[in-house]
Ligand binder design. Structure first.
Ligand code: SF4
Length: 294
C-alpha cells in the first residue's frame, strides 16, 4: 500500500522532481497573495507528528534508497523548531542514505527562527530553503499582499545564509505589469544583490481566474506584460545584477523562454543572448501561451 497521504494538489520546485514528498503541512499559512491560487482550496494546518512518523517509517521500509525529501506544502518551515527537529530526526533514521531535506518558506517564517535554530536544523540535514520573494520592490510587494517588505526579506535571508543553509529564491517575471515593470526589474536586482542567494528561480506571471489579480485586470487596473515585454524585463534585471556565484534558472513551465546561467560567469553572454532575441523577435522562439502552466 502507498504509505504517504496527500491532500489536494501538491506543488514542489522543479529541482525536487526526484525527491520523496512528505506533506508535513497542508496549504499556506499566509494564503493572501493576490496572484496565487495554489492553496486557495486548503485551510492551513499542520499534520500530527504521530501520523507523520508512521508515514516516514513506512516509506523508509519501502524506499530505503531515498536520498532527498521535500516537505510540502506552501511553507512547512513555519512549524516550530521542535517539531521540525523531530521530523528531521525521524527522516534521518528511516532513510539511511538521506542527504538532504528541503522546504518552502515565507519571509516571515525566517524571521521567526533564530540563526542558531536554523543552524541546528541544518545539522539535521535541512539542506535547502526555497524562498518566494516575488519582487524586490516594496510597492509591488505591498500591492500583491506578500506580507513582507524588502528589508524583512533581506533580514530573513541573511539568517539562512549565516546558518549555512543553501538558499534558493524565486521571483515572478511580470508581477508589476506594464505600469511597474522597470521598478520591479531594478528593485528586484537591488534586493538580490543584497541577499546574494545560491540559486535564483524565475517564474513568469500566470493570470489565474478567481484571484484578486484577475479581478484587477478585468477592472483595467493592471496591464499584463506581453511575452516580449517579459523578456525585456528579465534583461533589465540581469543588467543590474552583480551576484557572487548564483545559479540562475528560468526553466519553469510558466516561462516563455528557458534560460540558465551561473550569473557571476555567464552574465554577459546571457545579456547578449537576450539582446539578440529582443532584436530578432523571431516567431516561434517563445513558448506559446497555450503551453504555459504552473
Ligand atoms: S505565493 Fe506563496 S506565500 Fe503567497 S499565497 Fe501563494 S504559497 Fe502563500
Amino acid at each position: 500500500m502507498f504509505p504517504l497521504k496527500y491532500e489536494g494538489d501538491i506543488y514542489r520546485p522543479p529541482s525536487e522532481a526526484r525527491s520523496l514528498i512528505l506533506q508535513a503541512t497542508v496549504g499556506c499559512s499566509h494564503n493572501r497573495c493576490t496572484f496565487c491560487a495554489m492553496y486557495k482550496q486548503k485551510k492551513y494546518r499542520e499534520r500530527e507528528l504521530e501520523e507523520l512518523k508512521e508515514e516516514i517509517h513506512a516509506a523508509g521500509r519501502l524506499w530505503p534508497q531515498t536520498r532527498r525529501v521535500f516537505l510540502a506544502d506552501g511553507n512547512a518551515l513555519t512549524m516550530t523548531t521542535e517539531k521540525l527537529r523531530s521530523i528531521l530526526q525521524h527522516l534521518d533514521s528511516a532513510f539511511p542514505l538521506l542527504e538532504r531535506v528541503a522546504v518552502y518558506a515565507n519571509p516571515q517564517d525566517l524571521l521567526q527562527k533564530e540563526i542558531a535554530e536554523l543552524a541546528e536544523l541544518r545539522s539535521l540535514k535541512l539542506g535547502m530553503i526555497y524562498l518566494g520573494i516575488e519582487s524586490g520592490s516594496g510597492s509591488v510587494l505591498q500591492a500583491v499582499r506578500k506580507g513582507a517588505s524588502p528589508e524583512e526579506i533581506a533580514r530573513g535571508s541573511a539568517r539562512v545564509k549565516k546558518a549555512g543553509i543553501p538558499l534558493s529564491v524565486t521571483l515572478i517575471n511580470g508581477l508589476a505589469g506594464l505600469e511597474g515593470t522597470e521598478e520591479h526589474a531594478r528593485e528586484s536586482a537591488r534586493l538580490l544583490n543584497e541577499i546574494d542567494p545560491d540559486y535564483l528561480g524565475l517564474l513568469s506571471l500566470m493570470i489565474i481566474p478567481g484571484t484578486s489579480l484577475y479581478r484587477e485586470i478585468k477592472a483595467g487596473r493592471f496591464t499584463p506584460l506581453g511575452p516580449w515585454d517579459m523578456i525585456r524585463e528579465i534583461r533589465l534585471m540581469v543588467e543590474h545584477l552583480s551576484l557572487s556565484n548564483c545559479v540562475f534558472r528560468a526553466n519553469h513551465a510558466s516561462n516563455y523562454l528557458p534560460l540558465k546561467a551561473v550569473l557571476s560567469r555567464d552574465r554577459e553572454s546571457l545579456l547578449a543572448t537576450l539582446d539578440a532575441l529582443l532584436k530578432s523577435k523571431a516567431p516561434g522562439i517563445l513558448r506559446s501561451e497555450h503551453y504555459r502552466m504552473l
